[in-house]
Design a protein around this ligand. Structure first.
Ligand code: FES
Length: 202
């Protein structure tokens, strides 16, 4: 059964289980993504792909959802570039930049979204985390692409997300050299911030 919806006032018919991101792609509407990959299960980790949705039943209200995980629904009206969407994406990106101020890819996305970027990111970082200690410098945005490709495609489970809060990170079991890693490099290939690199073993 096909589902009819509109995206930015353009009508589109899509198959069941199509996500809003995929539906938008079919209309050539660009939505920024960081943790999405066509070949992996939707994860909804980064939230940069926010869109605004409403239906006749919502009585004039709307809400923000991540387009890479939200399925198309009959009669849904989707907006990808409202002020609310832009503010939501900027907020998400500011949080990511506070964690990863060195990431060239996030800087590029910030420019695309119109966030003024100070080289030290102090202003954005301080605004978001006030006087909290800065986390260890990292380029990892915790999108989980490396963990997911290793589990879903390579089926080695050599990586996982461990710890909580500011200490959360991607690591190998017990932080030791993984015995299941086959050195395929898929994790490095998919990493959107080039945090993972492949090195020859000694
Ligand atoms: S791309 Fe949709 S949540 Fe990350």
């Amino acid at each position: 059964m096909m589902i009819k919806l509109t995206i930015d006032d353009k009508a589109v018919d899509v198959a069941e289980d199509t996500t809003l991101l995929e539906a938008a792609k079919s209309l050539k509407i660009k939505i920024p993504t960081l943790c999405y990959n066509t070949y992996l299960k939707p994860y909804g980790g980064c939230r940069i792909c926010l869109v605004e949705i409403t239906t006749a039943q919502m009585g004039g209200h709307s809400r923000l959802v991540s387009s890479c995980t939200y399925p198309a629904e009959e009669g849904l009206k989707v907006f990808t570039a409202t002020d609310r969407v832009k503010q939501g994406r900027i907020f998400v990106l500011e949080l990511l930049l506070a964690r990863c101020p060195e990431s060239a890819d996030l800087k590029a996305l910030a420019e695309e979204l119109g966030i003024s970027y100070d080289e030290t990111m102090d202003e954005v970082g301080n605004y978001l985390i006030h006087d909290a200690p800065k986390p260890e410098a990292t380029k990892c945005i915790l999108c989980g692409l490396c963990v997911r490709v290793c589990a879903e495609v390579t089926k080695r489970n050599a990586l996982s997300l461990a710890y909580r809060g500011a200490n959360r990170k991607v690591t190998t079991p017990f932080n030791k050299i993984s015995e299941t890693c086959i050195g395929c490099g898929s994790c490095a290939y998919l990493c959107p911030t080039n945090t993972i690199t492949v090195e020859e073993a000694d």
